[in-house]
Design a binder for this molecule. Structure first.
Ligand code: GLN
Length: 447
C-alpha cells in the first residue's frame, strides 16, 4: 500500500505533518466492502489522496504549518474534503507547507522543511511543497494544494508532477484557511493529466458556502483527454522568458513549443506588457489581504496562547509574536502599512489598478489565442538554504505564475524534461477563465 512507501521514504522526504493511517485503512475497507457488494463506485474510489495542511479536516489537526495553530482541530471539513469523501478517496494525511502558504520552498514551515524527492538537498518548491513531494515520491496518488501566487504550479514544476490551479471561483474555498482571499484557489497534484482531469471532475462546482463560488456546470474533463492540438492557436508571452531564466529551462520549453508546432498547432510570440508590475502588485495585495485575514489569530478563540502575559493587550502581542514565524510577521507588517489611512491610495489602490491592467493584457491575448505557454518557474529547484535569507530572491521564483492569480485565470504545470543535474523542468499552460478543458487537451499531448 501507499503506507509501505511512506514508511520507506518519509524520513527522508518529510512530506507530511500528520499521517492519518488508522482512518485511511478504515476508509479503504469501506471501499472494499462496496466493491464486494457489487456497488458502483467512482473511478477515484480507494485512491490515496493527501491534503495540504491549510484545508480543514474534521477532528484532524489543521496547522497551516504554524505554531499559532499547532493544536487546532477543526470541527468541520472543507468542502473539497467532503467532495473527496463523497467519491470514496482515502485521505493519507496532511502535508507540509510554508507557514500559512507564504513562501516558495516550504522552508518557511514553522515545523520542518520538506525535501525534493529528486535530490534531497533541494527544495520541493512551495508553498504546497509537501503535497507536490508526496505525489512525486509515491506517498500519495493525488494531493491537494492551494495556489495564491503559484503555490500549486511552482512546486509541481520543481517536483516533476502535474499541478493545476483552476479558475478563481471554480473550486470552493470553504474551509481553506484564508491567506489572500481574492487570489486563493485550491487544485490537484497528480502523476499524470488523466488523474488531474478526474480530480477536477470531483473538485469543481458551485458551493453556497463560498460567496465567490461560481454557478456553472462542470464538464466531464476526461472528454478533453484527446490527442489533438491541430487547430490550437498558442501564444508564447515573451516577458516570461526575461532576465533570470535558466538556459536549460528555456531550451526545454522551446522543445515543447517545437513539438506542438509539429503536431499542427500554431505558436506565436505575444506580449503581456504589464508583466513586470505583477510581482510588486502581488506583494502589496497578498500581504494586505493576509494582514486582515490573520487578525483572527489572537490567542482568545483557538490555537496557541501565551499564558504568562500580563493583561489582554500583552497577551495579543506575545501570542502573535511567538506564534507567527518571520515571513508571516513580515507580511502582516507590510500589509497593515499598505492598508493604513494615508497610504491606502498610494499602495493598495494603485496595486488594484495595476491588477486591472494585467487582466486586460490577458483579455487581449485570449482574444487571439486558445492558450499561452511558458516556463512555470524561471529555474529548476534550488538548494535548501540558498534563498532563505533573501526574500526578494525567493519572490522572483513566482514571476511566471503570479500574473494568472491576479487575473483569476486557470493554469497547469506539467513536466517537460530535466536539467543536467537531473532536476525536473515544468511547462506552464495558461488559459482564459474556465478554459480548463483546453489546458487539459494541450497538456495531454505531452503524455
Ligand atoms: N510564493 C508566493 C508567496 O509567497 C505564493 C504563495 C502561494 O501561492 N500560496 O506568496
Amino acid at each position: 500500500s501507499v503506507y509501505q512507501r511512506i514508511d520507506e521514504v518519509e524520513d527522508d522526504v518529510q512530506s507530511y505533518i500528520t499521517l492519518t493511517k488508522d482512518e485511511a485503512l478504515k476508509q479503504a475497507k469501506e471501499v472494499d466492502e462496496k466493491l464486494a457488494n457489487g456497488e458502483e463506485v467512482n473511478s477515484l474510489a480507494g485512491i490515496p489522496v493527501a491534503i495540504k495542511d491549510n484545508m480543514c479536516t474534521k477532528g484532524v489537526k489543521t496547522t497551516c504549518a504554524s505554531n499559532i495553530l499547532h493544536n487546532f482541530e477543526p470541527p468541520y471539513n472543507a468542502t473539497v474534503v467532503d467532495k473527496l469523501n463523497e467519491v470514496d478517496t482515502v485521505m493519507t494525511g496532511k502535508t507540509n507547507l510554508d507557514e500559512f502558504a507564504m513562501g516558495s520552498s516550504t522552508e518557511n514551515s514553522g515545523f520542518f522543511t520538506t525535501k525534493n524527492p529528486w535530490d534531497l538537498d533541494y527544495v520541493p518548491g512551495g508553498s504546497s511543497g509537501g503535497s507536490a513531494a508526496a505525489v512525486a515520491a509515491g506517498e500519495a496518488v493525488i494531493s491537494l494544494g492551494s495556489d495564491t501566487g503559484g503555490s500549486i504550479r511552482q512546486p509541481a514544476s520543481l517536483c516533476g508532477v502535474v499541478g493545476m490551479k483552476p479558475t478563481y471561483g471554480f473550486v470552493s474555498r470553504y474551509g481553506l484557511v484564508a491567506f489572500a482571499s481574492s487570489l486563493d484557489q485550491i487544485g490537484p497534484f497528480s502523476r499524470d493529466v488523466t488523474d488531474c482531469a478526474l480530480a477536477l471532475n470531483c473538485l469543481c462546482g458551485h458551493d453556497p458556502q463560498d460567496s465567490t463560488s461560481v454557478e456553472r456546470e462542470v464538464p466531464d474533463f476526461t472528454e478533453s483527454l484527446v490527442d489533438d492540438v491541430s487547430d490550437m492557436k498558442i501564444g508564447v508571452p515573451k516577458e516570461y522568458f526575461g532576465e533570470g531564466i535558466d538556459g536549460e529551462v528555456e531550451e526545454a520549453v522551446q522543445s515543447a513549443i517545437d513539438k506542438l508546432e509539429e503536431l499542427g498547432a500554431t505558436c506565436e510570440e505575444v506580449s503581456l506588457p504589464h508583466t513586470e508590475y505583477a510581482l510588486p502588485a502581488y506583494y502589496l495585495i497578498a500581504p494586505a489581504e493576509a494582514s486582515s485575514n490573520l487578525a483572527r489569530y489572537d490567542g482568545v478563540r483557538y490555537g496557541y496562547r501565551n499564558e504568562e502575559a500580563d493583561g489582554l493587550v500583552d497577551m495579543f502581542k506575545l501570542t502573535r509574536s511567538e506564534g507567527f514565524g518571520d515571513e508571516v510577521q513580515r507580511r502582516i507588517m507590510l500589509g497593515t502599512y499598505a492598508l493604513s489611512s494615508g497610504y491606502y491610495d498610494a499602495y493598495y489602490l494603485k496595486a488594484q489598478k495595476v491588477r486591472t491592467l494585467i487582466k486586460q493584457d490577458f483579455e487581449e491575448a485570449f482574444a487571439d489565442y486558445d492558450v499561452l505557454i511558458s516556463p512555470t518557474s524561471p529555474t529548476t529547484a534550488f538548494k535548501i538554504g540558498e534563498k532563505s535569507d533573501d526574500p526578494l530572491q525567493m519572490y522572483m521564483s513566482d514571476l511566471c505564475t503570479i500574473p494568472a492569480n491576479l487575473a483569476g485565470l486557470p493554469g497547469v504545470s506539467i513536466p517537460c524534461g530535466f536539467d543536467s543535474a537531473g532536476l525536473p523542468i515544468g511547462l506552464q499552460i495558461l488559459g482564459d477563465h474556465f478554459a480548463e478543458e483546453k489546458l487539459i487537451q494541450v497538456a495531454y499531448t505531452f503524455e
